[in-house]
Write a protein that binds this ligand. Structure first.
Ligand code: FES
Ligand SMILES: [Fe+2]
Length: 298
């Protein structure tokens, strides 16, 4: 059932978009360096704060542009001062880039090999002004499909993460054999442990809007409308010859309950706590995904 769900997710169009970074970590003075599918990239913001991405090597003699500076919205190569901007120049062509306010995406048509789409495939999010957003990035020795497979196994929650989830029950699973016309999703009832026996009950739905994203949406309970977007971006191959994948997970907590504005005011304190909880979950989940990848390679 999990394999079938992963197969359907992988068959969805992505338009060749890959999550690169979080919007918050990309400032206007320093570029960021990233590798996606073995392609070295540099990401920066211009004077209007618009994000751009281009090849990571300077077209002159190959300087790593992620170590250069951004001057008046241009990349200024730190080896011999070549100015590079979103217009590109011979031998150096920027890639389409999209900043959705939480994440920065790049479109790599040669890597993806699908018909390109003008924008990434995004699922609806809770209103950004009234939600608490937190992003976690981790690197695993596995492929994006292993991350997706882990997210499409709702059963492991109460076993592998018993410190966090209780009373987990899978309410419905997508049909493996026939297209029933129903939404392609897993529906799970679960309590999120708060302290000891205290738990917050919720019904969560797991689905995939595109091949490298799994979306968890709370559809019942106090946090209805909250979303966790898990994105898996292939980095390339490590020195040991195994695959590397970045897990970039954006949690958007939202509630219409009155106390939630207090929680938002406490965001600077709450955010690291949420991140710590997600980091613990993901240490276990990366073990799972990496193990799956290793067994496949044997
Ligand atoms: S390597 Fe960048 S200007 Fe020479
Ligand atoms: Fe998990």
């Amino acid at each position: 059932m999990i394999d079938a769900a992963v197969g359907r997710a992988l068959a969805r169009p992505s338009g060749n978009w890959y999550v690169l970074a979080t919007s918050a970590e990309l400032g206007s003075r320093r570029p960021l360096g990233r590798t996606v599918g073995g392609i070295e990239l540099v990401v920066w913001r211009d004077e209007r704060e618009i994000a751009h991405a281009g090849p990571g090597a300077c077209p002159h003699l190959g300087a790593p542009l992620c170590r250069s500076r951004v001057v008046q919205g241009h990349l200024m190569c730190h080896w011999h001062g070549m100015r590079l901007d979103a217009m590109g120049r011979p031998g150096w062509h920027p890639f389409p880039t999209y900043d959705d306010g939480v994440l920065v995406w790049v479109r790599l048509d040669e890597l993806g090999g699908e018909p390109p789409l003008p924008e990434p495939v995004l699922a609806p999010r809770p209103p950004s002004l009234t939600s608490l957003v937190s992003v976690l990035t981790m690197i695993g020795r596995c492929e994006p499909a292993d991350i997706v497979a882990n997210r499409f196994d709702p059963w492991h929650g109460s076993w592998l993460h018993s410190y966090f989830f209780a009373n987990l029950q899978v309410l419905s699973t997508p049909s493996v054999t026939a297209d029933t016309g129903e939404t392609d999703r897993f529906l799970v009832e679960v309590s999120f442990r708060v302290a000891g026996p205290l738990g917050v009950p919720a019904v969560a739905e797991f689905s995939s809007p595109e091949p490298r994203t799994v979306l968890m949406r709370i559809v019942e309970g106090a946090a209805t409308g909250s979303v966790v977007e898990t994105h898996a971006t292939p980095i390339g191959t490590g020195r040991d010859g195994t695959a590397r994948t970045a897990v970039i997970e954006a949690s958007m907590a939202y509630s219409e309950q009155p106390g939630f504005s207090v929680a938002r005011a406490a965001a600077p304190v709450l955010r690291p706590l949420i991140r710590a909880a997600a980091a613990r979950l993901w240490r276990d989940d990366l073990d799972y995904a990496e193990r799956r990848y290793r067994l496949r390679g044997r």
